[in-house]
Design a protein. Structure first.
Length: 382
């Protein structure tokens, strides 16, 4: 049998926008950002000459990178077009193409990717990542509801003009729910805003100390990602974990943070910067484990969430230093109805606050294409 090759790539998009139940402005866009009213999604559908098809999220990467490629050469593809050993952004945004290659390889082997690579677990705990700035009473009720759903960990956002108003929310929630749930906090100090008054090192240090007294599990992005020294100072001064790195473009860019002790928890995203993919998540997890660091991947919550989550779970089920994975959930806006519309069986938590790693061949999910439309089709003679 001849070697498998990629012969065609299609780009599929949703026929109709995914309408949100109400306008959504997440905390990281506060106070001046625009509201979102719907989600879109876009997928690569990658065909091989042996009839096996793989899917990946379309991030804007050029499908021609796959022309005539043997899909089993994923490591070579990752090295040439994604993270590799280079520092800085490769600019090719090829993670969605890499995910599609893994989907093909898993299907060819008739195994889910995590079992093909050597599984460490079949279930992974997740935390509910809320997204908005609400009134204190609303936050309390929301967290109580999430606890009732089965979540064992919940992330709350900070980004108010007064950082002490942020702290007051966490204090009130902790007082209301006690230690029945892990509270995680995201300061979003690495996101851009024209009018938001970002924290100084001193403010970040003061807020971190207050949150540490409230038994917060981790504080995410208390300073911009490139302030390696400031992050290291905060990390050394508190008992809770300091986390960050969702915008980190390639594996090598975590080097300075690891060596300086800036992050206790690394938070790479499989697709956000476009260069990690399944290969990159496994690579950084191995490096982090060597230095005694944890990895809790960031997972972007939008129309493509279902496929990025599935791929992230496949990667993290093969490592030993991932205590949980992010699960964006902020009803009535961020829900399976808005972020998992193409799955007949949405990925959801069990009574232990964990999710099953999808166990069908490839990245483990079956996609309903009835709600998709063909946008682009590229075919090659092979």
């Amino acid at each position: 049998m001849h070697l498998m090759k990629i012969k065609r790539v299609e780009i599929l998009t949703n026929k109709e926008p995914i309408r949100l139940t109400e306008p959504w402005r997440p905390a990281w866009r506060e106070p001046d950002g625009v509201h979102t009213t719907d989600f879109t999604l876009s997928l690569y559908k990658v065909y091989t000459d042996q009839g096996i098809i793989g899917y990946g999220p379309n991030l804007g990467g050029d499908p021609k990178l796959l022309r005539g490629l043997n899909p089993f050469y994923i490591r070579k593809f990752w090295h040439n077009h994604m993270g590799g050993k280079r520092a800085g952004d490769s600019g090719k945004r090829a993670a969605g193409l890499e995910i599609a290659l893994w989907d093909i390889v898993g299907k060819a082997a008739r195994q889910p990717v995590h079992q093909l690579l050597g599984a460490s677990c079949q279930k992974i705990p997740v935390y509910a990542a809320t997204s908005r700035l609400l009134e204190i009473s609303q936050h309390i009720e929301q967290v109580k509801t999430l606890i009732n759903f089965g979540f064992k960990a919940v992330k709350l956002r900070l980004h108010r003009p007064d950082p002490w108003a942020d702290v007051a929310v966490i204090e009130a929630v902790r007082s209301a729910v006690g230690d029945t749930v892990e509270i995680l906090v995201d300061a979003n100090q690495n996101n851009s805003s024209e009018v938001y008054n970002f924290w100084s090192r001193q403010t970040a240090q003061q807020v971190a100390r207050e949150l540490d007294l409230l038994n917060v599990y981790f504080l995410e992005e208390p300073l911009p990602r490139n302030d390696v020294e400031g992050l290291a100072e905060i990390s050394a001064s508190v008992d809770m974990f300091i986390a960050g790195g969702e915008h980190t473009p390639v594996v090598a860019d975590f080097k300075s943070h690891i060596l300086a002790g800036s992050y206790d928890i690394l938070q790479p995203d499989i697709t956000l910067a476009g260069n990690f993919g399944i290969t990159g998540l496994r690579e950084i997890s191995s490096v982090a484990d060597f230095f005694g660091k944890l990895v809790i991947p960031h997972v972007t919550g939008n129309g493509n969430f279902f496929i990025t989550l599935a791929a992230t779970l496949q990667a993290m089920a093969t490592v030993d230093n991932c205590p949980m994975v992010e699960f964006p959930y902020d009803p009535p806006i961020l829900t399976p109805d808005t972020m998992q519309t193409l799955l007949a069986e949405p990925i959801w938590i069990d009574k232990d606050g964990s999710v099953e790693v999808p166990n069908k061949p490839g990245i483990g999910i079956e996609i309903d294409e009835d709600r998709l439309a063909l946008e682009v089709s590229l075919a090659w003679e092979i």
